[in-house]
Design a protein around this ligand. Structure first.
Ligand code: KIV
Length: 275
């Protein structure tokens, strides 16, 4: 069954946990979709886990469209949510709506995600008015890494916690269909979740959220540059890949690959006649 924004609303009402994982290419999207996840996020984490940047700031609209289109071709049942990259929704409302529209029109995403709370309510309203569902993202918003002074837990003081609760209310009021809470202490995330009528999707925000999201390379041990505390490794795929690559090199070097069964036969007489 195709997941839609209605699935998200129903899950909140019926208290069913939502699942979301990132993907950036066709074959991974197909595997994740086949596992039955509710949503696939084409995150701008793309910049770090696929493109090797140290943060997400250099990711472009063209990067996002290219990878979103690949994921959309592989996702049959999951809702495809694409990130609006840094500076694609900060300049003007018309540019914001145009960029959100490109992710839907060219990338075939069914929703977009943007980072920010109260300060971005106008953008959420404008995109929603164009019939594009918006997932908001508050707490640790990686596009603000320079303003935060690093990747840090958010909302720990009374003032910061109140601001996050107000941000959550503001994005809901502006029309967001869901909100990601990243690196938010569990009790605050649970309080926000109770307060909102839209689902909260946590990453490093405890079990009290309506759903969870992880970057797939993190949960499969494929990205060692940064291992956040909130990640659980569900399968040692990174290790297996490394082993597979090493075995391939050894097999090529010792002549055991390719074997007879990997090749194509022909009449050897033909080869013998070649001059
Ligand atoms: O870009 C991303 O992958 C994200 C998730 C971490 C929520 O925004």
């Amino acid at each position: 069954m195709k997941n839609t924004v209605v699935t998200f609303a129903q899950a909140k009402q019926e208290q069913n946990k939502l699942t979301m994982l990132t993907a950036y290419d066709y074959s991974t999207a197909k595997l994740i979709d086949g596992a039955g996840v509710n949503a696939i996020l084409v995150g701008d984490s793309l910049g770090m886990v696929c493109l090797g940047y140290e943060d997400t700031l250099s990711v472009t609209m063209e990067d996002m469209i290219h990878h979103t289109a690949a994921v959309s071709r592989g996702a049959k049942n999951a809702l495809v949510v694409a990130d609006l990259p840094f500076l694609s929704y900060h300049i003007s409302t018309s540019e914001t709506v145009r960029n959100a529209g490109r992710l839907v029109k060219e990338g075939r995403a069914q929703a977009v995600k943007l980072e920010g709370g109260t300060a971005f309510a106008e953008q959420i309203e404008a995109i929603t008015r164009a019939s594009i569902p918006v997932m908001a993202h508050i707490g640790l918003t990686p596009q603000s890494v320079n303003a935060f002074g690093g990747f840090k837990v958010q909302g720990k003081t009374q003032e910061a916690a109140q601001k996050l609760l107000d941000d959550a209310r503001a994005v809901q009021r502006a029309g967001a269909f869901a909100v990601v809470l990243e690196c938010v202490p569990g009790p605050l995330a649970a309080r926000i979740t109770q307060e909102l009528s839209i689902p909260t999707i946590g990453i490093g925000a405890g079990a009290g959220c309506d759903g969870q999201v992880l970057v797939y390379q993190d949960m499969l041990g494929m990205f060692s540059e940064l291992t956040p505390k909130f990640v659980r490794q569900f399968a040692p795929v990174g290790e297996l890949m490394q082993q597979g690559f090493t075995d391939y090199i050894r097999a090529v070097q010792d002549g055991s690959f390719p074997a007879q069964e990997h090749g194509f036969e022909m009449d050897e007489q033909i080869v013998a006649t070649l001059v």
